[in-house]
Design a protein around this ligand. Structure first.
Ligand code: GLV
Ligand code: MN
Ligand code: MN
Length: 423
């Protein structure tokens, strides 16, 4: 077992990282490639260099900080997460995995441990879909799960991903971001649970066994606008009202499976022209659908499509559905799960297997490396809100488990065999 993590230092670093925000504290807003994100990245890179890690960045801004092992010819073991934060988010989503990863390395360094395989901390670009509409942008490209042509097709306020990343200082071909299966011996991500189970059951650590299948889609409704006073109610083809019914249909589709594991959310609704005295002529909904069961998730997507067609016909509007992503679930690798459990036992922490309902960069890392996740409790299961909170003690526990897991995986003889993480 390694020496105690420096929980106070880690907590201070989490607070400093939270101060890089476009929203007033305690809210955190950090949109990828914005000035605040770039300052946050500089802070993280400085910590990595102070820990004598070798830092490099790829063309999409994924950042890799490597502690060179005694046998650098072997595939390294990696850990990490993301630092971007959705609008009005909290302080711990993603950041615990990045800063906890750095502290795990420092803890091992203080203990006198020397890794055999290199250990690498990765900061993934744009795990959150806020700016470019799709989550896990960096890890998707890294794992070859997204075509590099997205550089020209994904946009943010009229600028392509290629233009935005270039102005943020990340050039080079996106095709170079991909790493082959087997390039990493294992990947382990530390993250807050973002759900209530660990806290409710008085557990210290969740050992993730699988990650639910996320999908998202854009519903574009076109009706007819006009003067809010002059267009009579029977004549209206209000795009927003049709979209409102569609949002309710999204909820109904998720509930119709009867499974607690099916969830759907209409989190974006953009109304055009957005004037109080104008009948909405266009509305864009963005919908997120998830399930641990792929077939059931897909049946919900089909159900939503049928409902939208019915509503559009009845309300005399047109509807177009654009899929954004529809990813399969991932299974964590048994050998990584075993290493996490052994580490929990060494630290006398109560752990339990669980499913991740949120997605993470691990969803894509599991395609190229044996992958596992360490969850820590967060207060009330709250996440994606300013009052998101994980205690310093919980964070230190998770970091200690991560440190020992990385140590075990970095010395293990055979952990290779990536790309097996699809359920
Ligand atoms: C990640 O932020 C997710 O939405 O699951
Ligand atoms: Mn998130
Ligand atoms: Mn996250």
């Amino acid at each position: 077992m390694t020496p105690a993590v420096d929980g106070e230092r880690l907590w201070r670093e989490l607070e400093t990282l939270a101060s890089f925000s476009d929203a007033p504290a305690p809210a955190v807003t950090r949109i990828v490639f914005g000035e605040t994100d770039l300052r946050a990245r500089d802070f993280v890179k400085t910590l990595c260099r102070e820990a004598s890690l070798v830092v490099r960045e790829d063309a999409v801004g994924n950042t890799f900080a490597r502690w060179i092992g005694s046998d650098p010819t072997r595939p390294p073991v990696a850990t990490g997460s993301h630092c971007d934060a959705i609008p009005n988010a909290g302080r711990f989503d993603g950041t615990v995995g990045v800063l906890g990863g750095i502290e795990a390395v420092r803890t091992l360094q203080r203990s006198g441990f020397h890794p055999r395989r290199s250990i690498e901390v990765v900061l993934f670009t744009s795990e959150e879909p806020t700016r470019f509409g799709i989550g896990c942008l960096g890890s998707r490209l890294l794992a070859g799960a997204l075509d590099p042509s997205v550089g020209d097709t994904l946009t943010s306020n009229g600028q392509t991903l290629n233009e935005v990343r270039a102005s943020a200082g990340f050039s080079g071909a996106l095709s170079e971001v991909r790493v082959p299966a087997g390039a990493y011996a294992a990947f382990v991500e530390l993250h807050i649970e973002q759900g209530p189970i660990l806290e409710q059951r008085g557990l210290d650590i969740g050992v993730v066994t699988a990650i639910a299948a996320p999908a998202s889609l854009r519903i574009l409704v076109e009706g007819e606008g006009g003067h809010a006073g002059a267009v009579l109610m029977p004549d209206r083809r209000d795009a927003f009202l049709a979209a409102a019914e569609m949002a309710l249909a999204v909820e109904a589709a998720a509930r119709s499976t009867g499974s607690i594991d099916t969830v759907a959310t209409s989190g974006v609704c953009d109304v055009f022209p957005g004037a109080i005295n104008s009948v909405p002529s266009r509305t864009r909904l963005e919908v997120d659908v998830r399930d641990i069961d792929l077939a059931r998730r897909d049946s919900v997507l089909a159900h939503i499509g049928r409902s939208c067609d019915d509503i559009a016909g009845r309300r005399r509007v047109t509807v177009r559905i654009e899929p954004i992503n529809a990813d399969p679930p991932a299974r964590c690798a048994q050998r990584v799960i075993d290493a996490i459990i052994a580490s929990c036992e060494a630290h006398r922490l109560r752990c339990h297997p669980m499913i991740s309902r949120a997605y993470h960069d691990s969803l894509f890392m599991s395609r190229i490396a044996p992958t596992g996740m360490i969850f820590i409790p967060c207060r009330g299961g709250v996440s994606h809100r300013p009052d998101e909170y994980a205690s310093p003690e919980a964070i230190a526990h998770g970091t200690a488990v991560l440190a020992d897991t990385l140590a075990a995986l970095s010395t293990a003889e055979a952990v290779e065999g990536g790309g097996s993480g699809r359920l």
